[in-house]
Design a protein around this ligand. Sequence first.
Ligand code: SF4
Length: 313
Amino acid sequence: MIYSLPNHFKEAMWWEQRRDGSIVCKLCPRECILYQDLSPGACGVRVRVGNKLYSAVYGVSSGWALDPIEKKPLFHFYPGSCAFSIGTIGCNLFCLHCQNWFISQARYKRGSLSPPISLDTLTPEEAVKLTKKNRCTSIAYTYNEPIVWYEYMLDTAKLARKNGIKNVMITNGYINDEPLRELVKYIDAANVDLKGDENFYKRLTGTLHAPETILNAVTIMKEAGIHVEITILVIPEWNDSEEFFKWVARWIIDNFGPESIPLHISRFFPNYMLRSLPPTPIRTLEKARQIVLREGLKYVYVGNIPGHEGEHT
Ligand code: SF4
């Protein structure tokens, strides 16, 4: 069938058609196989149309704001500067505790060319123009997972760089190597969410091949020379063990040294489908911070506790 596609549909990168006619998305390790016309991948925003794969959220935004760069959080990258922050919809993970579930879990329905929630047009040109007008140092690709709107992020990042603007990505790091290597050529800094061990990824996010894929993404970013910080959202009973924090600290130090990657240990509040647990006790976060500092990490902060002494650089 021939469709008249809306402007926010743009042919995607990183896919191939197989002999049986199906289309495989090669952007993230899920490698969704799409057999039917107008069927979205698991992230909900990459859609098969005819014999091609499209990004269905190109140049549209679920919201933008002027944020302090520390809110991303990035504490060691142009401190005190403004980040023009944009997001769309969709995500390639299914975290039961998602804080932004109303946009991350909004997905195209099969057979539809209309987004599931209303989105505003924000082309790469407009994003760059607004960043300059508001005197922001960087554009932050954030709020929902930017990997799933790869083409929009990449084009905006290229244009931003030409205009002397920095690019920062707030990401779950769940992406295949080749697309990431191409993307990081235009990215200056990233905050990567490291969620937990294999059991955590399987049971709370519906994800296989993690955390190894995420650690691999961090390695690719560091090899490309971009600034990286890591955030762990600490959830009671799921990723608050001494063993886990020691392992994270050792991995960072052994691979990149004690001063290379600032670590944010952040407080969980009940949300979305994980409302049965209490907020993380502040003592748990303080203890986790002490553990990684004792292991030798130099820059460790607690997050989501306004005014806490462990939040200062
Ligand atoms: S980016 Fe989306 S469509 Fe592509 S493999 Fe990942 S979840 Fe599937």
